[in-house]
Design a protein around this ligand. Structure first.
Ligand SMILES: C[S@@+](CC[C@H](N)C(=O)[O-])C[C@H]1O[C@@H](n2cnc3c(N)ncnc32)[C@H](O)[C@@H]1O
Length: 295
C-alpha cells in the first residue's frame, strides 16, 4: 500500500497542497488525522521553513524535486514508527532546544515538571548550589537546571558514552556549563564532591510493561534508558540513595522521577536507607511520579 503511493508520486504534482493530502492519508495508517496533520506541519516547517500561516496564504506553493525527496524520506520514517523527534533530530524541553537521536531517551513532559520542582527548591538555597543529575541521557535535566538556577554548579553522569556526546552538544548549544562524567551508578562510583541536590530519572519501566508500549518507543528508544527487571525494579533507586548517603551535603535533598506504580515503595526504600523525610508527589495527571528524599 505505502509502496504504491511512493511509486505514484513520480507522476503527481509537487504542490504542497496535493502532497499534504496524500501524505496525511498515508500517515493516517498509523496516526489519527489530527496527529498526522501536526506531524506533516512539523516536517514542512523543519525542512523548508514553511509555516501553517505561509501555507494558508499561498496554498499553491510548489516544492522542488529534491525537496519532495527529503519530505518523502521523512514520511517513510514516520510510517515505520520512528518518532518525529528522531526524524528531525531535535525536541523542545523547558523552553530550550535539545538534539536527540537513538542514543538518548526523548525527554518527556513529566520530566519538565521535575525540573520545575527542583529549580524552585534550589532557589530557596543560599550560595552556589551543587547539583548532580544521574542518568543524564540527552542532558535535558542537567542543562535546564544549569540555565534555570543562577550560579549553580551542575555535574551529570551516564553509563553511555554516546549519550554523553549528545548531552555535551546540548550543553554547548544552550550555553550551559555542565561537568559530564562517564560512570556506572550501579558500581557505586565515588565523586570528589558533595551535592545540595541529587536528581535522577533512572530506568524504571518493568520488562513486563513492554507489552503496553507503542512500537515507536520499543523499536527506537534505547532499552538501557528504559527497562529494569521485574525481579528488582528499584535497583537504580537503591544504588542512588545509597550513593546519596556519602555524596549529599547534610541538608541536601534527592529528587526522583518514579514508575507511577512504585511511588510508595520507592519512598519507603528511601526511609529505610536513612532518609526519614521522604514523600511521594503526583504529576499533572494525578499519578504518583516523583519522590523527594531528605534526612
Ligand atoms: C530514563 S533515561 C533518562 C534520561 C534523561 N535524564 C531524561 O530524563 O530524559 C535513563 C538514563 O540512565 C542511563 N543509565 C542506565 N543505566 C545506567 C547506569 N548503570 N549508570 C548510569 N547511567 C545509567 C541511560 O543511559 C539513560 O540515559
Amino acid at each position: 500500500m505505502i509502496f504504491s503511493y511512493f511509486c505514484r508520486m513520480e507522476t503527481l504534482s509537487n504542490s504542497v497542497k496535493e502532497l499534504r493530502h496524500r501524505y496525511i492519508e498515508m500517515l493516517c495508517e498509523i496516526y489519527d488525522k489530527e496527529e498526522a496533520n501536526a506531524l506533516l506541519m512539523i516536517l514542512l516547517e523543519h525542512h523548508f521553513g514553511i509555516s501553517r500561516v505561509a501555507l494558508a496564504l499561498n496554498p499553491d506553493m510548489l516544492l522542488s524535486d529534491t525537496e519532495c525527496l527529503t519530505l518523502q524520506s521523512s514520511i517513510r520514517q514516520l510510517t515505520a514508527s520512528r518518532p518525529i523527534q528522531y526524524v528531525i533530530g531535535k525536541t523542545e524541553f523547558c523552553g530550550l532546544e535539545f538534539e536527540v537521536d537513538e542514543n538518548v531517551l526523548i525527554p518527556r513532559p513529566e520530566t519538565e515538571e521535575l525540573v520545575t520542582i527542583v529549580s524552585s527548591q534550589a532557589k530557596t538555597l543560599a550560595g552556589a548550589v551543587d547539583v548532580l543529575d544521574i542518568g543524564t541521557g540527552s542532558g535535558c535535566i542537567a542543562v535546564s537546571l544549569a540555565r534555570l538556577i543562577e550560579g549553580c554548579r551542575v555535574t551529570a553522569i551516564d553509563i553511555s558514552g554516546n549519550a554523553l556526546d549528545v548531552a555535551r552538544r546540548n550543553a554547548a548549544r544552550n550555553g550551559a556549563s555542565v561537568n559530564f562524567i562517564n560512570a556506572d551508578i550501579l558500581s557505586d562510583p565515588a565523586l570528589p564532591r558533595r551535592f545540595d541536590i541529587i536528581v535522577s530519572n533512572p530506568p524504571y519501566v518493568c520488562e513486563s510493561e513492554r507489552r503496553d508500549m507503542r512500537a515507536n518507543v520499543l523499536d527506537f528508544e534505547p532499552p538501557t534508558a528504559l527497562f529494569v527487571s521485574d525481579d528488582d525494579p528499584l535497583v537504580f533507586y537503591r544504588h542512588i540513595i545509597d550513593f546519596a548517603r556519602t555524596h549529599l551535603k547534610p541538608h541536601g535533598t534527592v529528587w526522583f522521577e518514579v514508575n507511577e506504580h512504585l511511588g510508595a515503595e520507592t519512598a519507603e526504600l528511601c526511609r529505610r536507607h536513612g532518609f526519614g523525610d521522604s514523600a511521594v508527589m503526583k504529576d499533572l495527571f494525578g499519578k504518583d511520579r516523583y519522590v523527594k528524599a531528605a534526612r
